[in-house]
Design a protein around this ligand. Sequence first.
Ligand SMILES: [Cu+2]
Length: 330
Amino acid sequence: MLSWIIKNQLAEVLIGRANAQSFMPTQASEIAKSVDSLYSFLLIISLIACVIVIGGMIYFAYKYRRRSANDKTAYISHDTRLEILWSVIPLVIFLFVFAWGWIIYHDMRTMPKEALEIQVIGRQWAWVAEYKNGVQSNVLVVPVKRDIRLVLSSPDVIHSFYVPSFRIKQDVVPGRYTSLWFRAEVMGEFHVFCAEFCGTSHSGMITKLRVVSQTDFDKWLIEEADSSLLPPVEYGKKLFTTKTCASCHFEDQPGVKIGPTMKGLFGLENHEMVDGTTVTADENYLRESILASQAKVVKGFGPRSAMPAFQGQLSEKELSAIIEYIKSIK
Ligand SMILES: [Cu+2]
């Protein structure tokens, strides 16, 4: 059984077809295929080198083993031809691998001209994609067989945007833009991870990249754009996720995620703050809690709030919708 698995695995690697069924993620782009070919090549070369070096060592240890007490070890200082050979051959292989790797890297880093551009914001702890028509979404939806360019930024700490199926990864750095491109060759859903430790819920900073047909993509964009026409409570519920609130707050169940739950918050009297004062959780309290989270910090969460201040991050309409939504959670 084991040998069957190993043989089949090896056969797949050898013909450069490491796919989802073996040990590599799906190859969803051309670049993924070229990265895998290089990887397989490195693996095969390493295996061959391993067999030559370790095999040779075992063979010579056996062949020249000491057979009797008066066996003498031959004195050999060096062999110039052999030394040149074992230096030059690896050098050629390394240069070849370097050139191959550079070509792939160059492809990855050269942004296509006619690409569809999407802003992607990585923040503690969610991904938000912003489309040209203003749509914001936690799930990154893109059309198939089209060059996509992502412009990445972060308002807080360094994150890293990583899509294993595309073999692409890019740091997202506060204070500057970085970018990344890909072209999905197949439709489907793929994982997006944050690959740079960024705090408590780093491991939960996961989302999906959904590749759909161009028609479905256009339809989706229009449907999403209409969401600001939703009734405030529903629009607020959507924003609660897209604005990353949901990664720190439970909505309709009690308990603490990173921050307190929203359940039963509105209208709460004698709500205790960290400095010993109490407040009534009315609209203005909610407004201040969201825009300037440090102003009043809930007891048990201080002295400083782990919540980012959303001043300047939400439009008046979005803020009101979120407050209406929180009010609706009884
Ligand atoms: Cu992160």
